[in-house]
Design a protein around this ligand. Structure first.
Ligand code: ZN
Length: 101
């Protein structure tokens, strides 16, 4: 339900997506909840049509997967930039030290 309501945390999202990709039972359960949730929302908004719900769910899962991937890429970049900054600082300190000798 937290995934469907878009309330799932980023940390939980990753393991959730991994599990749902492998576990057929949970995926089917998710599909049922998703359909019911969309049905209720559709009735609320009076626009529940013959909508491809399992297709919509797959799209949402794919989008979530891309969000996770993007976050990972960003983390790697941040670590890389951080490491580069440390190396540059050490090099600067080293050359400064050499000048003093
Ligand atoms: Zn499962």
């Amino acid at each position: 339900m937290p995934f469907i309501k878009e309330e799932i945390s980023e940390e939980k999202l990753e393991s959730f997506l991994k599990h749902i990709a492998k576990c057929k039972d949970c995926y089917e359960e998710l599909e049922i909840y998703y359909t019911v949730h969309a049905g209720i929302q559709g009735l609320d908004q009076d626009q529940f049509t013959t909508y491809d719900l399992s297709g919509a769910l797959r799209m949402e899962l794919q989008e979530a997967q891309e969000r996770v991937r993007f976050r990972h890429a960003f983390t790697v970049l941040r670590i890389f930039l951080g490491a580069t900054a440390i190396v540059m600082t050490l090099l600067a300190a080293f050359f400064q030290f050499k000048n003093w000798l």
